[in-house]
Design a protein around this ligand. Structure first.
Ligand code: AHM
Ligand code: MG
Length: 342
């Protein structure tokens, strides 16, 4: 990584170019995808900032493929990303949490060698109470031979990702990404409209301070899950207790734990045998970032990045964050057989 002093102003564009130069074989296509994502993020951030204004608040009448009600901003974010990415000649297809099938590159535009998978606005049910929301994205290389991307290209295990990232629309807007060479965070300076390097080479502490879990599901958890939570809280096993912090917006919970150390858990429960979060749009991209920062991500048994996806909108239980805290989940579940989904 190129070394920047704490005082040098480094735009995301300069940083991406410098990273690319470290790889003489790079064609610039991946860099182009990252620029385009940064542009889409600025457009979404601009709209999210105005979300308190009546014209864009509220639910539309369409339900997305998960059967949930979409907020208008979900649709805006989805369309913004598709339009920012479909004509650059770098992608062969996309998939979004908000759309049922593969999004093809329109005729007339060149198809490239990458696929983009994304959750355009995660945690969107929080928008109307002014809680941070986020965009999550993942890039994999095309493996099929035809012009367009196919299902096989999309359903690759997360360890094959070549880049992933998220944008958090909070008190400031930040873009955090990895291309497998560490994790770097950029903060949007709204006065100049540029993402500036603010968090180079992020490392997650080995042991966390925070536990993020929605424990209103406790009555539906199995005993090993309850036992794990008692361990995290220091009620069993003699560990230092973690402090509970749960925003209910994955990107916000993950971001806090990435910087401060901690574990985010979305366990299986009796009603949701596979948890709630989506493997391809949420778990995989965040798992790539977390591992690159020195942390870990598991479904309770398997490394998230080793799971072979079988459908686009597949859900997965998730334990992600500081390595020792995730390891504790894996150890606690080592002999569990009930409740774990496919
Ligand atoms: P979404 O993609 O429909 O917004 O749902 C995902 C969100 C995550 O941001 C968050 O961690 C989780 O749902 C919260 O779920 P729950 O309310 O069950 O705790
Ligand atoms: Mg989501």
């Amino acid at each position: 990584m190129v070394n920047h002093t704490a005082t040098s102003v480094v735009t995301i564009e300069r940083f991406i170019i410098e990273q690319e130069r470290l790889h003489p074989e790079a064609t610039g296509e991946l860099s182009g995808i990252l620029y385009d994502m940064a542009l889409a993020a600025k457009m979404i951030a601009n709209k999210v900032r105005r979300a308190g204004l009546a014209d864009i608040l509220g639910a539309t009448e369409t339900a997305n493929v998960q059967g949930e009600i979409q907020q208008k901003l979900d649709i805006f974010a989805n369309d913004t990303i598709v339009k920012a990415m479909d004509h650059g000649g770098r992608l062969c297809a996309m998939a979004s949490e908000e759309e049922p099938g593969i999004i093809q590159i329109p005729d007339g535009f060149r198809c490239g060698k990458y696929c983009l998978l994304f959750d355009p606005l995660d945690g969107s049910s929080n928008i109307d109470v002014n809680v941070p929301v986020g965009t999550i994205f993942s890039v994999v290389q095309k493996i099929t031979r035809g012009r367009h991307g196919e299902m096989e290209d999309m359903l690759q295990p997360g360890r094959r990702q070549v880049a992933s990232g998220y944008v958090i629309y909070g008190s400031s807007t930040m873009l955090v990404y990895t291309t497998g060479q560490g994790v770097h965070g950029f903060t949007l300076d709204p006065s100049i409209g540029e993402f500036l390097l603010s968090h180079p080479n992020i490392r997650i502490p080995d042991e966390g301070r925070y536990l993020s879990v929605n424990d209103s599901y406790e009555g539906q958890w199995d005993e090993p899950t309850r036992q794990l939570m008692r361990k995290y809280r220091g009620l069993e096993g003699g560990r230092r207790p973690l402090s509970v912090r749960y925003v209910g917006s994955l990107v916000a919970d993950f971001h806090r734990n990435l910087l401060g150390g901690g574990v985010f858990c979305y366990p299986v429960n009796k009603k949701n045998l596979n948890g709630k979060l989506r493997l391809l749009y949420e778990a995989n991209p965040l798992a790539f970032i977390c591992e690159q920062a020195g942390g870990a991500a598991s479904d309770g048994t398997r490394r998230v990045l080793d799971i072979h996806p079988h459908e686009l909108h597949q859900r997965v239980p998730l334990y992600i964050g500081s390595k020792r805290d995730v390891d504790l989940a894996v150890q606690t579940f080592a002999h569990r057989s009930e409740l774990v989904g496919a």
